[in-house]
Design a protein. Structure first.
Length: 319
């Protein structure tokens, strides 16, 4: 990676070196997307193109995957700067690699490292996120909900990479992934010194669990333990002085508000906490609370409790 002078780091994505890498990575991703499956190419393109697709899949697709995996690992290991657009294109390429046997087998033997060292660091709350949260919370909210910007966002690409792995290759990685995430949450909970707690990791772990929520809800062994996971690892974050974890707690409960709670009091406690967050001093927390509340309103278990409270909820939302 070319070293960029410190005085130019604020504009690093526009540095010629990284703009060149961006276009290279995006072109390689586009080639893989269009010519990665010779069977599909055969139906759409003439024979010379089919031969190119076969050659690309056999000789080049695995090499590019190994290169991108190593570059992503180096970036997350602190080896140097990597522009967001380059990371995004490489993560999208890796996601495509799940589809095909000759590329997936490269990832299969290192799935734990792929999840823990390549994907999760992109999901965690970063220093750049914290800076934007503190300096311009309105812009933070806008950026989080910028659906056009998500196309080039490495966090969104990492989230898609994870969900694709779990959905398509869950037998290979779901149990190990959940074990790793829950172990990390347990380690966080056991740390008594707030200064030693890894808040960014917990944010990323909860983001990962919420992202694969649709799969977890379908698996009985996970579906039946989701309520305990929420009560043990998420509910207390509503009172965390760290704002982005209060926002994450709202988001996670919103993702799982439709599960069947064995103990209705747990669901009511979460609802009360989300409603309190509507008056949170931090704008992003209030926005996440409002978005989560919409999902709570769809939960059948809360219909009777919510009807009398609708006027107060509307007042809280529009005050």
């Amino acid at each position: 990676m070319q070293i960029i002078p410190p005085e130019e780091m604020d504009d690093a994505p526009n540095h010629p070196a990284w703009k060149s890498r961006k276009w290279v990575a995006e072109c390689i991703h586009r080639l893989y997307e269009r010519y990665g499956d010779p069977k599909i190419v055969e139906q759409l393109w003439p024979q010379p193109t089919v031969k190119f697709a076969e050659r690309f899949m056999k000789d080049f697709a695995p090499k590019f995957l190994r290169l991108f995996l190593s570059m992503l690992a180096a970036r997350n290991g602190g080896a140097g700067y990597q522009s967001p657009r380059v990371s995004n294109a490489m993560l999208q390429y890796c996601t495509l690699g799940i589809r095909y046997p000759n590329t997936y087998k490269i990832m299969k033997n290192q799935l734990h490292q792929v999840v823990a060292e390549l994907i999760l660091p992109f999901l965690c709350f970063s220093e750049a996120d914290k800076e934007l949260w503190d300096e311009d919370p309105a812009e933070f909210v806008r950026k989080e909900n910028d659906y056009m910007g998500e196309v080039y966002d490495p966090r969104t690409a990492a989230q898609t990479f994870l969900t694709s792995l779990i959905q398509k290759k869950g037998k290979d990685c779901l149990d190990n992934t959940m074990q790793f995430l829950v172990q990390g949450l347990t380690t966080y909970a056991m740390q008594s010194d707030p200064a030693q707690k890894n808040y960014a990791f917990k944010d990323g772990a909860l983001f990962a669990i919420g992202s694969i929520g649709p799969v977890l809800k379908k698996k009985p062994r996970y579906r039946n333990s989701l309520e305990d996971m929420l009560s043990n690892h998420v509910l207390m974050e509503f009172s965390n002085p760290v704002g982005f974890l209060r926002a994450r707690a709202c988001w996670v409960y919103g993702m799982f508000a439709d599960i069947k709670f064995r103990f209705p009091d747990n669901l009511l406690a979460a609802l009360e906490s989300v409603v309190k967050c509507l008056a949170d001093p931090e704008l992003p927390v209030r926005v996440h609370a409002a978005l989560a509340l919409r999902r709570f309103l769809s939960a059948e278990q809360l219909m009777e409790q919510l009807r009398p409270a609708v006027p107060q909820l509307l007042e809280a939302l529009f005050s």
